[in-house]
Design a protein around this ligand. Structure first.
Ligand code: ZN
Length: 455
């Protein structure tokens, strides 16, 4: 297993690193942040999300409580009526923050919960005999769903449960059993999901728009277009090979330090507020662009605060908002509207300290996604960069990349797709190279693993 800090950050995936770290701060503020990473295979979305659990600070719960009851705010059927003294008598314990996955074949009873038939015979109170499912057991932590577009397509029942969990903050989960009253529980669960919109059944917002809208932020994954980043990965794999011949160097696990750091950031910036002029700016966006989804602007406000906290800055800036607008709106508005919002100078708040980056989303077709939003239009504001190493620094200052153009083309989905089409339609023209596994299709992580196999 790779440590979180060992994973290579580059322009194609750095936004996801930042967003999961924002998600952890949000969890520590007791507000779930629902995150959806979209991208092709091999972009490392599930690897990053799963590895993030290593830097999640643990929770303190009432001893042995399967619902992870907060000793100060017990919510489960077994503990919610108890006094402080009674809870103190049971005791508390520190356990890892839950990170549970929903499999596509799971039954509703496993996901939401069922009645514990064994216990029901021992008590007159059916609530006391619940067997919590995966979702109530993930309280105060994360539920991870891989290939959420496929789940939405094939499991409408589980999708409905997720809609309830994500509908409000905290969410709720209903446990239904024939012949017994429906039991409803509050759950503080962040739903993190991943999908490949280019694979069947297609993008989530086309499969189940309502579920797509429940995600606060959608991160578009890309492969790196920076030769430097790729060279770094190559150096890493080279070192790994050389390391095997000598004494294999064990990577250092920084998880505990990073957990403490996340906690201290969350504590320090918890009471930070959105300045009025920026809140009004968000409100104007809602009205002017007829955004429909109120969740969208709530997500913009909340994520901008998180982005600011992650950078350990005391004041929210325009750049915090501009950074999160595409993450909050990409799945909720059409590309034309998003382009208008990002480009329109009159929608920028007065006293905006950013330049006016010009962006064009209209040329980007659904099937040909931009590599990543952040690299497209990082505001020209030089943020204070987190020195801790928890947060990724903002992408490097814009440079003239024309020198790298030929190299860039190698990684551009468009050209590579065209090349493949030509190759398939005309076998005579097809060169051995185009038949080979194309570089962008390679999972670089996988490459590093198999590297050791070479002598
Ligand atoms: Zn409890």
């Amino acid at each position: 297993m790779k440590y979180y800090t060992e994973l290579a950050r580059h322009d194609g995936n750095s936004t996801l690193f930042e967003v999961v770290e924002m998600g952890i701060i949000s969890m520590l503020w007791n507000i779930p942040l629902h995150i959806h990473a979209e991208g092709l295979r091999g972009t490392g979305k599930t690897t990053i999300m799963r590895a993030a659990r290593q830097i999640m600070p643990p929770i303190v719960r009432i001893k042995d409580c399967l619902y992870n009851c907060d000793p100060d705010h017990p919510h489960c059927p077994n503990h919610r009526h108890l006094s402080k003294e009674e809870i103190a008598a049971i005791g508390t314990e520190t356990v890892p923050r839950p990170f549970l996955e929903i499999s596509h074949s799971a039954k509703i009873g496993t996901i939401a919960g069922s009645i514990d038939l064994k216990k029901i015979t021992n008590t007159a109170n059916p609530e006391a005999a619940l067997l919590p499912g995966i979702i109530p057991q993930a309280n105060r932590g994360v539920i991870f769903v891989d290939e959420i577009n496929r789940l939405a397509d094939t499991s409408p029942e589980i999708t409905d449960v997720l809609l309830d969990v994500m509908g409000t903050k905290p969410g709720r989960v209903q446990i239904e059993e024939t012949g017994l009253p429906v039991v409803e529980l509050p759950v503080q669960v962040s739903v993190w999901a991943a999908s490949n919109p280019d694979e069947e059944p297609g993008p989530l917002q086309e499969i189940r728009r309502q579920l797509s809208d429940r995600f606060d932020l959608v991160v578009e994954m890309g492969r790196t277009t920076s030769p430097d980043a790729i060279a770094d990965i190559l150096i890493q794999s080279e070192q790994k090979r050389l390391g095997k011949k000598e004494a294999a160097k064990r990577p250092v696990d920084h998880s505990a330090r990073l957990q403490r750091e996340m906690e201290s950031i969350a504590r320090k910036y918890e009471s930070m507020e959105m300045p009025d002029f920026l809140r009004n700016y968000i409100a104007r966006l809602y009205v002017k662009y007829n955004l429909e989804s109120f969740r969208a602007i709530e997500a913009i406000q909340h994520a901008a605060l998180l982005n600011c906290a992650l950078r350990q800055r005391d004041k929210v800036l325009v750049s915090d908002i501009l950074k999160v607008i595409p993450l909050a709106l990409k799945h909720r508005v059409d590309t034309e509207t998003l382009t208008k919002i990002m480009n329109s100078s009159d929608s920028k708040p007065l006293g905006s300290d950013t330049g006016s980056p010009t962006m064009d989303f209209s040329s980007q077709q659904k099937k040909k996604k931009p590599e990543t939003f952040s690299s497209e239009y990082e505001p020209a504001v030089n943020d204070g960069i987190v020195s801790s190493g928890v947060a990724a620094s903002d992408p490097a200052p814009k440079e003239d990349r024309s020198f790298f153009k030929p190299f860039k083309q190698l990684f551009s989905g468009k050209q590579e797709k065209q090349a493949a089409e030509t190759a398939d339609s005309d076998p005579v023209k097809a060169s051995p190279l185009t038949k080979a596994r194309r570089l962008p299709d390679l999972n670089l992580d996988e490459l590093i693993k198999s590297e050791g196999d070479f002598k």
